[in-house]
Design a protein around this ligand. Structure first.
Ligand code: ATP
Ligand code: MG
Length: 459
């Protein structure tokens, strides 16, 4: 395979591994940072426990087992050789070695016993190693955890001798306690770290919420920069940016309003002068032009005022709002087909939204014969939104002009003649308002033949 192709395949593989890793990683900053903290601690704990159990604990169990087994074998030898009296040996074992001895000449060795749990297995392994080293006699080991004894049965030439050894002679609980302490202290430390981390993440969350709200046109009243230096810096930059945007918008508004207002006076004067002149075709044309100019100025003023409306947003049932708008305009509009969900609550500035929707409805009414208004909830992960479509069966807009019609004063029909359309501000105003709600608006060709205005609003 050529090296270029190989490199391409490797990069593809790296990309897909990266994708899988990204999918597996939790999304939230808090869980991610906790994971960054917990993973190394857990790894260190696992390695320590493994090395500790494997080395220290196994070796200690071996030593303890060897010493006990040494005593047991010695006692078995004594009993078997009958050099001492059996009851003396029993007494000696009990008094000095904490081992109970019972010898049954008629007994035979039972089946092998089963272990319960890994601690028992480790102990049994140590005992077996020691016994195998010291004796060729058959034996059985029964670790009875419940009464803290180990029963070791050894088959003698005649019968079976049983030793009851206290568990603590073989089992050292220090390892156990060490591991428990390690686990408890890690959990404690991780909990404290989690609390601190939560406090660090709170300002980042607040900043995220404030910027998100601002995008949706909601003002977060009590937002203050706090937290670590970098977070405060970002929060301050956000507040500065917000102020700058606010200033720019109000400047634009003031300027537009001023120009429109100043134009009105000379226009009125012109109108007056024209009405004094004797009537003629030219005068009529001039009057019509002046009337068009007045309509335009009204439009500019309207546009300027729209951006300046300081309306509070509220959570309202959007379907009800559309039904209301429909009811108010029903008589003047062409037939409208409504298809809305029963109830969908959104953050809406009702007056502005009504203005935006009326503009789009007016367009559909102007260019189409029938209007379709439909909405549905789209539940995408991290992007739950409402999709509202306003469609008509008119002439539609050529695909290459779908973006342009959002520009202020843009009309597909360029004559600027008031009889063939408005002044070209309706869609700009609507887009402004919808962006202000954190949504977006796109235009498309409708299955009904005309234009489809598709509006997304965050839920
Ligand atoms: P205004 O709404 O300010 O009175 P307008 O309707 O001309 O004027 P916009 O609403 O911004 O302005 O629309 C811009 C242009 O897009 C319109 O002039 C028209 O050419 C075209 N347009 C808008 N809606 C439709 C539609 N439903 N079907 C066909 N063309 C449309
Ligand atoms: Mg319009």
């Amino acid at each position: 395979m050529p090296s270029g192709q190989k490199a391409y395949k490797t990069s593809l593989m790296a990309k897909s591994v990266n994708k899988i890793f990204k999918k597996m990683m939790p999304r939230g900053l808090f869980v991610r940072s906790l994971l960054i903290l917990i993973t190394p601690i857990t790894l260190v704990m696992l390695i320590t426990s493994f090395v500790f159990v494997d080395n220290h604990w196994n070796r200690m169990s071996d030593r303890l087992a060897e010493s006990v087994v040494g005593e047991i074998i010695w006692l078995s030898d004594m009993v078997e050789s009958s050099r001492w009296d059996y009851t003396d040996i029993q007494g000696y074992g009990k008094a000095h070695l904490e081992i109970d001895i019972t010898y049954d000449k008629a007994a035979i060795l039972p089946e092998h016993y089963k272990d319960h749990g890994s601690w028992q297995r480790i102990m049994r392994k140590s005992l077996e190693r020691a016994l195998d080293k010291r004796t060729a006699r058959p034996y059985r080991i029964n670790i009875a955890h419940h009464n803290k004894f180990i029963y070791i049965k050894i088959g003698l030439k005649q019968g079976v001798i049983t030793f009851n050894v206290p568990l603590r002679r073989i089992f050292s609980s220090s390892a156990y306690i060490f591991l428990i302490w390690m686990a408890i202290s890690s959990i404690f430390l991780i909990s404290i770290a989690a609390i601190f981390m939560r406090n660090q993440i709170r300002p980042i969350r607040a900043l995220a919420k404030a910027t998100e709200n601002y995008g949706r046109g909601i003002d977060t009243k009590n937002f203050k920069p706090c937290g670590a230096r970098e977070v405060r810096q970002a929060a301050r930059a956000f507040l500065d940016m917000k102020d700058r945007i606010g200033r720019q918008v109000s400047q634009r508004t003031v300027m537009l309003a001023g120009v429109s207002h100043d134009l009105r006076t000379p226009l009125t004067r012109l109108k007056l002068s024209l009405s004094m002149l004797p009537p003629s075709q030219d005068i009529d044309d001039m009057k019509k032009d002046i009337a068009d100019m007045e309509t335009m100025i009204d439009g500019y003023l309207n546009f300027a005022r729209g951006a300046d409306i300081k309306e509070e947003s509220a959570r309202i049932n959007f379907s009800a709002l559309i039904t209301e708008i429909y009811a108010r305009n029903k008589n003047r509009l062409k037939p409208v087909h409504l298809d809305l969900p029963e109830y969908v609550e959104l953050n809406i500035k009702p007056q502005s939204m009504e203005r935006a929707l009326t503009n789009i409805l007016n367009n559909a009414d102007k260019y189409g014969e029938e209007i379709w208004v439909s909405a549905q909830i789209i539940d995408e992960p991290y992007n739950k939104h409402l999709e509202l479509r306003i469609e008509d069966n008119g002439i539609g807009i050529a695909p290459e002009k779908l973006e342009d019609v959002f520009k202020p004063f843009y009309r597909v029909e360029t004559s600027r003649n008031s009889s063939t359309g408005g002044i070209g501000l309706g869609l700009s105003i609507a887009q402004d308002i919808i962006l202000n709600h954190g949504g977006k608006i796109t235009l498309d060709k409708s299955p009904h033949g005309g234009l489809a205005a598709c509006i997304h609003l965050p839920i």
